[in-house]
Each structure stands twice: as C-alpha cells, then as structure tokens.
Design a protein around this ligand. Structure first.
Ligand SMILES: NC(=O)c1ccc[n+]([C@@H]2O[C@H](COP(=O)([O-])OP(=O)(O)OC[C@H]3O[C@@H](n4cnc5c(N)ncnc54)[C@H](OP(=O)(O)O)[C@@H]3O)[C@@H](O)[C@H]2O)c1
Length: 264
C-alpha cells in the first residue's frame, strides 16, 4: 500500500508497484484515525510505503497545526492501525535530508539530526513515530520529478545528492527486496547544486544565491552519504525510465517548490 499516491514520489511508486493499493485522501485522510484504521483493517496490506506528507517548508511554517497533524499524527495513525491488525506489516517511512542541519553536508544514516524548520522537525518526529512499529524502515532521500524546472532561476549555493523520483521509487523497491529495516539513505552519487539539478531538465535556468532568499530557514547542504546501501547515478536511466506522463507539468517537489526564489 502506498500513501501519497497522487504526489511526485507516489506517482513514481505506483509505476514501480502497479499492484499496490493507493488510497486517495478522500478514501483515507491520514489525519483521521478512524479512516486509517478502517482502510488498513479491511485491505490488510503487508507493506505500507508512507509517502503522504505536507511537504512544503513554507506551508508547514505557516500552518504548523496542519503540518503536525499530517506529518506526525498521520504517521501515528498508521502505526496504530498496523498495531491493531496484529499482523507483521512493514512500514516504510519516506523522510528527507532536511532533518540534518545542512551546514556540512554528506550526512550518513548515523549522523545527528538537527531540523532547522518546522517541516523538517515534523518529518523527524514522524521518523521516531514510524520506528515504534515492530517492522519499520526509514528512507531518507532527496528528489525532484523529471518535468522541466518550473522557475527561471535556481540556487547555485545549495546542494544535495538528488535523484529523480522514479529512481528513488526503484531504490525503495530494492531496499524492500533486500529486507532492510532501520534507517537507510537512498542517494545520488553526485553532490549537485540546485542549479545543476535544474539544468538537467531545463537548460536556460539562471543562478541565484541563498543570500537573496527570504523565508523560513533552509538547509544549505542537503547532501547525503550512505554506509548501508549503494549510491545511484542520477539520470542514468538504467532502463527504468517511466513511461511518458500526460499529467500537467509540475515539479511536484514540495521542498524545492517552497524554496523557489519566486515564492520566497
Ligand atoms: N520532494 C522532496 O524533495 C522530498 C525529499 C525528501 C523526502 N520527501 C518526502 O517524500 C514524500 C513524498 O514527497 P512528494 O514531494 O512526492 O510529495 P507531494 O508531491 O507534495 O505529495 C504529497 C502527497 O501527500 C498526500 N497527502 C497530504 N496530506 C494528506 C492527508 N492528510 N491524507 C492523505 N494524503 C495526504 C497528498 O495528497 P493530495 O493529492 O490529496 O494532496 C500527496 O499525494 C513526503 O513524505 C516527503 O516528506 C520529499
């Protein structure tokens, strides 16, 4: 079962796991314990990939109640529903590089979290909640969709080990096949600036400096290391490219969208 199936990663996950259940928010609002209990009890999934979240840094900062209800209580509701089934359901919690301070980068699975904004804070608390399930895996990552970068500029001094969402979805399938539990980073092999990343999908993106940004605190260096898993090569294709999408163009990357200079 996949939560957040209409999101950027969720859509990619649905292509990688075409047989998976994927309740819409109308069918299962994760903030609603009764709905979550009912859906999980009646459908009896063996694995839940929890990708639903309030993902924008600014929306989380501006509506902390909704951020908490969605990212923390929503995860608690899934954990409670799993416990009610008394079945060995595995919970895969999709988390973010933003739970780290972002000052030095290259964070491995064992490094100290230090969330710098409310989004990152709720995602980190969500991790700790997910870990209370008997079988859990926290996947930290950083990704964008393959649609052309939707803004005229991008930060040249903000970095990450980005992947495309479909590559993260394939990585999640691989860590599931390997039966990993605990925490794992699914990361790209290259440390890229957001500008490098933007230019992979749109050539004429102009550089912008973090010094010009006004808004909630952002992690400057979101690059991740992994001591538990392999690294992936962004854009390598690997024969896993998804079929062309006919959905409206949307970068879908809440974390980056929020940080776009036009919205700062
Ligand atoms: N994007 C990144 O760079 C990035 C990096 C690292 C980790 N992550 C994590 O990866 C996951 C997916 O991110 P994304 O960028 O693909 O997200 P996204 O495109 O913003 O989509 C969010 C998804 O969550 C669903 N959702 C939100 N509130 C819900 C609720 N109350 N009940 C049910 N569903 C709800 C949305 O459904 P609706 O369509 O109904 O709104 C949507 O399907 C998130 O957990 C995010 O924190 C993202």
């Amino acid at each position: 079962m996949i939560t957040g199936g209409s999101g950027n990663l969720g859509k990619a996950l649905k292509r990688v796991f075409p047989e998976a259940l994927s309740p819409t928010r109308r069918e299962m609002d994760i903030r609603n314990q009764t709905m979550v209990d009912h859906y999980v009890a009646t459908r009896r999934p063996s694995v839940i990939i929890h990708a639903a979240a309030l993902t924008g840094v600014r929306p989380c900062e501006e509506d902390k109640e909704n951020a908490w209800q969605t990212n923390v209580v929503g995860t608690e509701n899934l954990v409670n529903a799993i416990l009610l089934t008394c079945a060995p359901v595995k919970l895969v919690y999709v988390s973010t590089a933003c739970i780290f301070a972002g000052d030095r980068g290259n964070y491995a699975e064992h490094d100290l979290p230090y969330p710098k904004n409310y989004y990152a804070f709720t995602k980190y608390i969500g991790e700790t909640v997910a870990r209370t399930t008997p079988i859990s895996l926290v996947v930290r990552t950083n990704f964008v969709g393959r649609d052309p970068w939707p803004y005229p500029c991008a930060f040249s001094d903000r970095w990450g080990t980005y992947l495309f969402a479909d590559e993260v979805a394939l990585g999640i399938r691989e860590v599931l096949e390997a039966a990993l539990i605990g925490t794992v980073h699914i990361v790209g092999s290259e440390r890229l600036s957001v500008l490098d990343l933007a230019r992979m999908t749109k050539a004429d993106v102009e550089p912008l400096s973090m010094a010009e940004y006004v808004g909630p605190p952002l992690t400057r260096d979101m690059s991740l290391d992994t001591v538990r898993w392999k690294r992936y090569s962004i854009g390598s294709g690997r024969g896993h490219a998804p079929p062309p999408t006919v959905e409206p163009a949307s970068i879908g990357d809440g974390e980056s969208r929020l940080e776009a200079p036009t919205q700062a």
